[in-house]
Design a binder for this molecule. Sequence first.
Ligand SMILES: Cc1cc2nc3c(=O)[nH]c(=O)nc-3n(C[C@H](O)[C@H](O)[C@H](O)COP(=O)(O)O)c2cc1C
Length: 309
Amino acid sequence: MIDEINHQPRMGVEIAGISFNNPVLGASGTFGYGLEFADLIDLNRLGGFATKGLSARPLSGNPPPRIVETHGGMLNAIGLQNIGARAFIQEKLPLLASYDTRVIANVFGYSDDEYIEAITILNDGDGIAAYELNISCPNVKEGGIVIGNSPVAAARLTEKAKRASNRPLIVKLSPNVTDIAQLARAIAEAGADCLSLINTIVGMSIDVNTRRPSLSYGTGGLSGPAIRPIAVRMVQEVARSVDVPLIGIGGITSATDALEFIIAGATAIQIGTANYYDPSVTMKVIDGLSTYCVSHHVSDINDLIRSLN
Ligand SMILES: Cc1cc2nc3c(=O)[nH]c(=O)nc-3n(C[C@H](O)[C@H](O)[C@H](O)COP(=O)(O)O)c2cc1C
């Protein structure tokens, strides 16, 4: 319903019982712990954000170089550097409490047990709206298989995480699979409340002078506008395969980009790499979505979700 007085469209969305001010969220790993953006944007206007991936214990990540620019994007191999779940609760959550924005704790581990350990620690933190499980992680106990590349391993972890968690569970899909719909179905059936997609696509860049990989780790995750069409296609495929709400991610830089994901099937979207070159991009996308709704006579942004003709 259009607001009678100022004719503003309704921008709020709901996922698994969580109300977001609007569908625009900051993506994990590009938005720090949210506080880094407090002086750059109005956090109270943001729908929410996903924290940098949190593990049970702090990690220092890979040695540099950890980031390299590519056409229309970048490759990163940060190695999941983070302050650890306990420090997040003690140092960051109390400061985040003064902002009206939803905090999603992105969680990872190098075995199922490590994921559960991180979730168990975070369960004691006040002000976390949901968990986002980053399953694009090698499982050391299973010889380094990436959990998110196997529907069986991903479903098993989802089930365990759902049992351990006292909050809604978002599972973030790896795009590095042959059949994203099959992966999505397995994870939804295992009890995920929401799916977010996509994480970065594995890529590589080589320095031809040294004939070494440009990144110290060798390969890295490709993000930015270059991956957007792949991400939109995957969101649309997953939307046709599961009923749980979706969060669309991948190369979003504008309201038009965000709308592609919403129309394809996403209830909300996350913006990652674009924050690096324009820290206020989230605010611009919020304004742009509102402008689109007004000019297209859409009174409620929810009417656009899964509206692909
Ligand atoms: C530097 C960097 C670090 C990231 N760290 C994480 C992370 O810790 N956990 C996670 O789930 N995704 C992480 N991501 C993936 C992003 O959240 C996002 O899924 C991906 O970059 C695609 O969106 P974009 O094209 O808007 O950046 C990271 C991405 C970048 C560029």
